[in-house]
Ligand binder design. Structure first.
Ligand code: UDP
Length: 328
């Protein structure tokens, strides 16, 4: 498959870098395009690297006319809900408008396979749990709105230009590659598991529990955590599907099982053997009480099967990475 080249946009980020590794391990040729605004050059495990933005028309045209690209995987999005509320145009500009430039260049160069990182945030406040793909999409923040706008764009590009796409709606991506060589590194970390592990490594004093009177058994929010390598394996299946002439589709990716914030902290204490002090804090605006995915559709259609269904194992893989990062 070495002669099949895949363009990974955002391959220097958390999920993108794991994707590059999986593609290389599967013998695809890989080109990473990343502007390094939130990604890290040293996290890209190999292949060709181009520094630049996905909205740069000249760069994209040059890239597509000089490289035979079989498919594009797009991970380069801003993904902080709170920031998207404060600065929505940053999100619409990068996540939506720049993606339109990318698609435009692809279509003009006859590259018509696209795999998109979407999110559970497209659904908004759930009306039914577990969430299936036909749940109404009514995002409660600009981040989710920018992602559902791209999904709509993809549908329209399929009708108009025959673009074939698979959009993968991730629930809570977590964990790290088993090698311990790549993992989650954000400068302004906001996600629960990495923050908890920063407390365990001594980089942070405590973990704040955002809200303790949600309508859940222990009062804290429940989320569905999925290992990053299970996500990337789903992308490989999606890629194979499009390569063999499969049709456009949208799939959820989660584990069909929820853990509360308190349960996550407790499991992290068990995995790390550290006390991890927790303090109760106000709710974070826009957090739904419960988000749990149904991933039956992708299991049935593409034969996807998660390897890391149990959160303790997921946290263990993240812990290896965070421990290493803290001690380098
Ligand atoms: N959370 C928390 N303390 C933190 C960070 C997150 O209690 O310091 C909670 C957050 O309110 C949510 C859950 O942990 O209920 C997962 O949040 P995260 O930001 O990791 O992912 P999200 O579900 O927002 O995509």
């Amino acid at each position: 498959m070495k002669n099949e080249k895949i363009l990974v946009v955002g391959g220097a980020g958390y999920i993108g870098s794991h994707m590059v590794k999986d593609l290389l391990d599967t013998d695809y040729g890989v080109i990473t395009l990343d502007d390094l605004s939130t990604g890290h050059r040293d996290l890209v495990p190999g292949g060709e690297f181009i520094e630049g933005g996905l909205g740069d028309r000249v760069l994209l045209d040059n890239l597509f006319s000089t490289h035979p690209i079989s498919a594009v995987m797009h991970f380069a999005a801003f993904s902080l809900v709170g920031e998207s509320v404060e600065n929505p145009l940053k999100y619409y500009r990068n996540n939506m408008a720049a993606t339109a430039e990318l698609l435009d260049s692809m279509i003009r160069h006859n590259v018509k396979r696209f795999i998109f990182s979407s999110t559970a945030a497209v659904y908004g406040e759930p009306v039914e749990i577990p969430i299936t793909e036909d749940h109404p999409c009514d995002p409660t923040n600009p981040y989710g709105a920018s992602k559902i706008a791209v999904e709509r764009m993809l549908k329209d590009c399929d009708s108009a230009y025959g673009l074939k796409y698979i959009s993968l709606r991730y629930f809570n991506a977590s964990g790290a590659d088993e090698s311990g060589n790549i993992g989650e590194r954000h400068h302004n970390e906001t996600h629960l598991i990495p923050l908890i592990l920063e407390v365990a490594t001594g980089r942070r004093e405590n973990i704040k529990i955002f809200g303790t009177n949600y309508p859940t058994p222990d009062g804290t929010c429940i989320r569905d955590y999925i290992h990053v390598s299970d996500l990337t394996r789903a992308h490989l299946l999606a890629l194979e599907t499009l390569m063999s002439g499969g049709d456009s589709s949208v799939y959820n990716l989660g584990n069909n099982r929820g853990y509360s914030v308190r349960e996550v902290i407790e499991l992290a204490r068990k995995v790390t053997g550290k006390p991890i002090p927790a303090i109760e804090a106000d709710k974070r605006p826009g957090d739904p009480a419960v988000l749990i995915a149904s991933s039956d559709k992708i299991k049935e259609a593409l034969g996807w099967k998660p390897k890391y269904e149990d959160l303790e194992t997921i946290i263990k893989t993240a812990w290896v990475w965070h421990w290493k990062e803290a001690n380098i």
